[in-house]
Design a binder for this molecule. Structure first.
Ligand SMILES: Nc1ncnc2c1ncn2[C@@H]1O[C@H](COP(=O)(O)OP(=O)(O)OP(=O)(O)O)[C@@H](O)[C@H]1O
Ligand SMILES: [Mg+2]
Length: 277
């Protein structure tokens, strides 16, 4: 099979069923001759040649979205090249190297690696991704020390994103996260402070949410009794006074508005006169 014969690849893909399950990896029935090399919650990936693989999606919208996200970054060296696209599949370059989850099991997080990670975040931003964040298992260290990433579907078409790379930091684990943050601080203390600030805000928000959820339920009977203090019509004197206040407030506001209108009209007329002259 010629590597880039998309029609041929489509014939193989037709023999593969991929089904989504919430919060679980896809379920795959593979009646094709292609070897499956990995899967996640959105799709399964099959080997075409040593250099090319195909990701088959359970949901065509996920395919559309990842295709769009990958297209945006094709001019960078961060993403696998796309070769062709079908309704529910994407043919792309094979990414080799070691993913950072595996790498960090035995190797330290050096300053050089932290610099590569910062460069990756900058490239994400330059590409125009809304979410510049990635789990360490989706980041692959290459032979020349540079990084490549897979699985960029979730970087685009998002309403809300965290304003700092939360997933990356969390995925590093506490020790490596602190070390990475120290490396960031050495490069740029402003960026360090901004991340620290957002993390602090997140902690406070979490705590406050917990406080509100666990707060003793308000005694609504008691509350209803106390709202009496806000009522004004029960006592005739107070009622009369309140009404008088209301009417006088309305009159004041309306007369102010009327004055402003007249002034505007006057100005309009004198401008017309001037223009005629
Ligand atoms: N371009 C590629 N080159 C080599 N292997 C790949 C490539 N793309 C994906 N894989 C392999 O297939 C697996 C699943 O791919 P991917 O993470 O893109 O799927 P996903 O369903 O989008 O995952 P998630 O559930 O995290 O969204 C990866 O963990 C990786 O092992
Ligand atoms: Mg994905």
């Amino acid at each position: 099979m010629s590597a880039l014969d998309c029609k041929e690849i489509e014939r193989h893909v037709k023999k593969i069923k991929v089904k989504n399950y919430e919060d679980e990896d896809v379920f795959v029935v593979n009646n094709s001759a292609l070897e499956m090399i990995g899967k996640g919650r959105q799709g399964a990936v099959f080997l075409i040649t040593d250099d090319i693989c195909v990701k088959v999606y359970g949901d065509v919208d996920d395919c559309e979205r990842e295709h769009y996200a990958m297209s945006l970054g094709q001019h960078t060296s961060l993403l696998p090249k796309i070769y062709c696209k079908g309704n529910n599949f994407l043919v792309m370059e094979m990414v080799y190297g070691v993913d950072l989850r595996e790498y960090m099991q035995s190797q330290p997080l050096t300053e050089e690696l932290s610099h590569e990670l910062i460069k990756m975040l900058i490239t994400f931003k330059e590409i125009g991704y809304e979410r510049i964040d990635h789990h360490k298992r989706q980041i692959y260290l290459q032979n020349d020390g540079s990084l490549k990433v897979i699985d960029v579907g979730r970087t685009v078409w998002r309403n809300r994103t965290y304003p700092y790379p939360r997933k990356l930091l969390q995925s590093l684990g506490v020790d490596y996260r602190n070390l990475f943050i120290e490396h960031v601080k050495k490069i740029d203390s402003d960026l360090y402070e901004e991340w620290e600030y957002y993390m602090r805000m997140e902690e406070i928000s979490k705590r406050l949410y917990g406080v509100l959820v666990n707060k003793e339920k308000v005694d609504t009977k008691q509350l209803k009794q106390e709202t009496n203090k806000l009522l004004t019509t029960k006592d005739p004197d107070m009622h009369y006074k309140s009404l008088e206040n209301l009417v006088s407030k309305v009159v004041k506001e309306q007369s102010k508005r009327e004055k402003e209108k007249q002034e505007k009209r006057k100005k309009g007329k004198s401008k017309k006169k001037k223009d005629k002259k």
